[in-house]
Design a protein around this ligand. Structure first.
Ligand SMILES: [Fe+2]
Length: 262
């Protein structure tokens, strides 16, 4: 009986210049602190999944620095794009980023007891996202081929509302079509995403659905407009058991959540 551990980190919003701040938050020290915490808390994780908005400046030099910082995770890193990402650089610099349907960057991992699929919800040049018909068809065929195998999905954009209107406007635009597929494939047990820079728990089509705190600037929950929160950087740990049971929790790295003036 094997228990698989998967770590999700998301929304790092890094720059080529490690001193550059986004909305008053210098993001590189938060990324370094999270990686350090992951190394201490879950050094034996099977996968480290990075769910988008990795390079805020979408610069190749930023991805190269990220790859360098993850040297000890080589082979275990999986990465999918967010709205701030460059697909070409992801494919080139992270060999596990697969060519998915319609030019998307996806991944899939199948173990005896679980499968993990990463989806690409980027709409280039837009804040909102969608999976698109071709990718949804591809997902459907993956799920048909693996009926009964407990499945964990990752994507950047949230398919569930988070009660902040400005974020809900830029969520997953084809969540209804996604949900219809989930209802036909109840072996999808879990969905994890990013984009909203805060932790939210819900469900979609029978699957428990989680958003994960950002490594970069945290957003205050339930706001009309963007407001920066004071939360430290966080990440998610998932434990997937051989009998299909699972558990998950958000961990926080003790560090630099420097707000302007603090
Ligand atoms: Fe983000």
């Amino acid at each position: 009986m094997t228990t698989h551990r998967v770590v999700q980190i998301t929304d790092c919003h890094l720059f080529a210049d490690p001193a550059q701040a986004l909305r008053g938050i210098v993001t590189w020290p938060r990324f370094v602190a999270v990686l350090e915490d992951v190394r201490q808390q879950v050094p034996d994780a099977d996968l480290l999944v990075i769910t988008g908005d990795t390079a805020h400046d979408e610069a190749r030099a930023t991805y190269e620095a990220v790859r360098e910082a993850l040297t000890d995770w080589t082979g275990r890193v999986r990465i999918i794009p967010g709205n701030h990402d460059n697909r070409a650089d992801l494919r080139e610099l992270f060999p596990t980023a697969q060519d998915g349907p319609a030019g998307r960057v996806t991944f899939s991992e199948t173990w005896d007891e679980w499968q993990v699929i990463g989806l690409d919800s980027q709409r280039p040049g837009e804040l909102a996202g969608s999976l698109g018909d071709e990718q949804l068809e591809w997902l459907q065929s993956c799920l048909r081929a693996t009926a009964q195998l407990p499945t964990l999905l990752f994507l950047h954009h949230s398919p569930i509302p988070v009660q902040s209107p400005w974020l809900d406007r830029i969520g997953l635009q084809d969540a209804a079509a996604f949900e219809r597929i989930l209802r036909d494939h109840l072996h999808v047990r879990l969905i994890c995403c990013g984009h909203v820079h805060q932790e939210v728990v819900g469900s979609l089509g029978g699957a428990a659905t989680f958003t994960t705190p950002a490594v970069g600037p945290p957003f205050r929950p339930r706001t009309e407009q963007l407001e920066i929160d004071s939360a430290p950087p966080g990440y998610r740990v998932l434990e997937l058991q051989a009998d299909g049971r699972w558990s998950t929790q958000v961990l926080r790295a003790a560090s630099q959540s420097a707000l302007p003036g603090s």
